[in-house]
Ligand binder design. Structure first.
Ligand SMILES: [Zn+2]
Length: 482
């Protein structure tokens, strides 16, 4: 089974379109990329070999059968090898949102840089089995012409023989993949594109946690919580919750490579395509803001995009999808990616499924209409808490699933209040966006106790609502660190 069927045929970087104060355009990004690249080549991916590097990270060595060399690296080679971060070794897979992924057999146009050790590293990849290159909204031929123009401007023109080879490689490739019409024109698929794409693997649990690293400034935290809430309220059972013991770390740090605002590294089990962890980094090289500031990049916008990667979404590749939050680029001062759009929602729903519609309460039970909204100034009803079922390993730092049934649950504001070790006197509060399967009569919360001992759970409708009369009690064992 081919795993990356849905991988977008595009370079996978969340690029800043507008950095260092210039009103930059996509063409200027191409200009920069052509100038900074050590080599620009096209060809067919011959072989991909993945291994652990000395730093413990997985890398892939990619061998390309050269179709043509646009910008000179090594002297007219017939094949060329370069490195790309990520890959699969045994039952461990790693994907980076900012690094291109290569499959054997695919025709590509690749931008290469030189690493400190002298080896070539792929910085961008454009698939040549598509009619158009979405990032630039250009046909492949138009992109080649533009690269040729940029190379002329920096006095490194493509040699005539290589230009001929590149044209014939493009024609052969497009013929092979059926993108060249009989008239010789490059045909464009005019069907309505799906404005979402997948990295491949997904979470096999609905309770995903993340930890906020100390490197994050305080003003990032509410913005990050809002980013997460966008995905938690998309209508699927999947929930991302803060947990100080989580292995999935959100941080502010430096990312190599020009124009990269944020990067998400996803590791997964190749045999089951199951995501097991992720790390999300905001690039410290940029100026970040959380208010509507035209000269800063918005934490919440970039956060929402990067969290989309953390759950397995990739960049949509059709240029008509540029208003989606998972679109690969963002501009300074842009706030539109704070929310998720129709394509993003369709993407998460197709991976994780929709939450089942709330079941109707039993007809014999007199209950108020479900999800009666709480209006300001009027106290919400007090939930009545009938039963609680509990599952999980009853030990500190282990997730415990608490499923409550009862009546009077307000689906827009229900909260679980848990008291015990590691919770302040006001309790550990699990709010509505983090609850699963929420209906007027049932709700499920995932709680990770930070210590051992006795815990009690009560329910309330909103933070000002009255807590349920009954409380559920459970005990957790302390697990010693070894
Ligand atoms: Zn991205």
């Amino acid at each position: 089974m081919k795993r990356y069927l849905f991988l977008p045929q595009a370079a996978c970087a969340f690029f800043a379109l507008c950095s260092f104060g210039f009103a930059a355009t996509k063409e200027i990004d191409l200009k920069r990329d052509v100038r900074t690249a050590k080599a620009v080549v096209m060809g067919d991916v011959d072989r991909v070999y993945s291994y652990y590097g000395e730093d413990g990270e997985i890398y892939s060595d990619v061998t390309l059968r050269i179709g043509a060399t646009l910008k000179q690296g090594p002297e007219a080679p017939s094949s060329l090898s370069f490195t790309a971060p990520g890959g699969e070794v045994g039952d461990v897979g790693v994907l980076f949102s900012t690094a291109p992924h290569f499959d054997a057999g695919e025709p590509v146009l690749v931008f290469l840089d030189e690493a400190a050790n002298g080896s070539l590293v792929a910085t961008a990849k454009y698939a040549m089995n598509q009619g158009r290159v979405a990032e630039f909204d250009l046909s492949l031929l138009e992109l080649l012409l533009q690269i040729r123009q940029e190379l002329r401007e920096i006095d490194q023109p493509i040699r005539d023989s290589e230009w001929e080879r590149s044209s014939s490689f493009l024609s052969r490739t497009l013929l092979r993949v059926g993108r060249l019409s009989a008239s010789g024109e490059i045909s464009r698929n005019l069907g309505t594109p799906q404005c979402y794409a997948f990295m491949g693997p997904k979470w096999r649990t609905s309770a995903v946690t993340y930890k906020l690293d100390a490197s994050l400034p305080a003003n990032f935290l509410p913005a990050i919580a809002s980013s997460v809430a966008s995905w938690n309220t998309a209508g699927t059972p999947l929930r991302l919750n803060v947990n100080p013991f989580s292995a999935n770390v959100i941080s502010l740090g430096y990312i190599a490579g020009s124009g990269i605002l944020g990067q998400t590294r996803v590791s997964y089990i190749p045999s089951t395509q199951t995501i097991v962890s992720f790390n999300l980094v905001f690039n410290r090289s940029f100026t970040w803001g959380t208010a509507d500031e035209t000269n800063k990049f918005d934490v919440q916008s970039v956060g929402t995009h990067e969290f989309g990667h953390s759950i397995g979404l990739d960049h949509p590749s059709d240029s008509s999808c540029s208003e989606q939050t998972m679109w690969a680029s963002a501009a300074m001062g842009e706030l539109k990616k704070r929310s998720i759009e129709a394509g993003d929602t369709a993407g998460i729903l197709s991976v994780y499924g929709a939450v089942a519609a709330p079941s109707a309460p039993p007809p014999s039970t007199p209950v108020p209409p479900p999800s009666a909204p709480s209006t300001p100034g009027q106290a919400p009803p007090t939930p009545s808490f009938g039963a609680m079922s509990i599952s999980g390993v009853m030990a500190s730092s282990q997730p415990i699933t608490l499923q409550a049934t009862g009546t009077n649950f307000v689906t827009t504001s229900l909260q679980f209040v848990i008291r015990g070790a590691g919770c302040a006197t006001s309790g550990c509060v699990i709010t509505t966006p983090s609850l699963q399967g929420l209906s007027a009569t049932s709700a499920t919360a995932v709680f990770v106790p930070r210590g051992g001992g006795a815990f009690t759970v009560t329910l309330r409708n909103s933070s000002v609502g009255t807590q349920s009369d009954s409380a559920f009690r459970f005990t957790v064992a302390v697990v010693q660190r070894r």
